[in-house]
Design a protein around this ligand. Sequence first.
Ligand SMILES: [Zn+2]
Length: 494
Amino acid sequence: MKKIPRIYCASIATETNTFSPLRTNINNFKETFYAKPKEHPKTPTLCSAIFPQLRKRKKKGEIKLVEGTATWAEPGGLINSKTWNYLKNEILSEVKKAGKLDIVILGLHGAMISNNCIDCEGDLIKNIRNILGPKVIIGVTFDPHSHLSKKCEINTNIITVFKEFPHTDFVETAEDCINLSIKAFDKIIKPQISTFDVKMMTILPTSKEPMRSFVDHLKNLEKNKTALSISIIHGFMAGDSPDLGAKIIIITDNNKKNGDKLSSQLGMKLFSLRKDLAPKTFSANKSILEAKKLFKKNKKPILIADIWDNPGGGVAGDSTILIKKAISMNLKKIAVSSIWDPEAVKICHEAGEKANINLKFGGKFSSSSGSSINKKVLVKKIVKNAFQKFETSYVPMGDSACISFEGIEIILNSNRCQTFSTDVFTSLGIDISNKKILIIKSTNHFYKSFVSHVSKIIYSSVNGIYPNNPKKNKYSKLKRKIWPIVKNPHYKKN
Ligand SMILES: [Zn+2]
């Protein structure tokens, strides 16, 4: 009779911007998302999609499930040592108490760095491996904006990574990881992991070419059974890690030689596309001028994405630079989502809807985020515990407010978060179809939700707090040569 595997699952995730003046502690995890064993909600978060997927299998009687802790903090600065030790030990003690396990499935981010640990995921996985021994299958899902270390690679059996950016495929990624891990347990496959260091750091949105076709090609290779799984780590440029940069991960069925060959072929192909991967960007001034010009020819609004002041990359999300440019050009019919300013939100909630108040908001966190704006504003709408949807997951925005002045409407929120979807605007009472320009804080996760509502997307590269140029970023842990810091890191002297 077929043996039913006993599976433990857990999820700890955040993305650490080591250059950010913010810090991450246990409260940041508890405020954003923290579910004790068996308390995970029905809907997934990005990295915890393994929970609902595993529950479905448990319901069908395919597995026995021991649920562990699941937590997620909005990307921020270094995790403090006490917090990392606490979270790690929580998972390790759950593993120890779980009894005999056949499989461990972890939903991790892959870019967590704490004061006392440069490779949190590698540290966690290695500790679990040490507790359970070599026979237990360990399957892990990662976000592509991560640093793949050797420690992670050698201590896992299965690694799957979101292929899409925006990460719309987090449920499929979880399902792939679970499916392959169970097949490995059933001895239907003998997974072997091959990796290739692409030695490159840039941004790789899959909503545009050439990345769109590259990812479709990977999916076809999987469909044709060239490999069991193919993933790309994009890298996360704001994390000072020795493993920084893009990597290819191939899982073959006991054919490491083929996996090594395929990973190097795909890796070098990706490297050859390096100069075309990132979207074309405009300066703050040019972004506003371009939007002003374009709107005259189009009926739908122009969207300006403030790609670096993205709380999803670990910064505050309170830059006022683009808004001030728009004010200086006397532009109207503009909507902004969102400025992180818990104090200003509190004042709006205290004043109530329809109140006219003098408000100082935004630009408070860093001198490079522009100065605060002082205006007499109308508090148009206030919402307690607002949220937005990203695919099947709910993203908490905290108490929020919509303020209005001089033809500009701005959403203020109290939980740092990027703009994922148009429902940020609708839930705060803004009809975007009436607007000329939308300014949002996000690098590319907004794309799928917004693309049909706007006539043009402008990616705005506003220099500020985010370390957006690997050539200029002061990495102290990165010792490998990667592009664009060096021109050809793959060049070898004979
Ligand atoms: Zn990501």
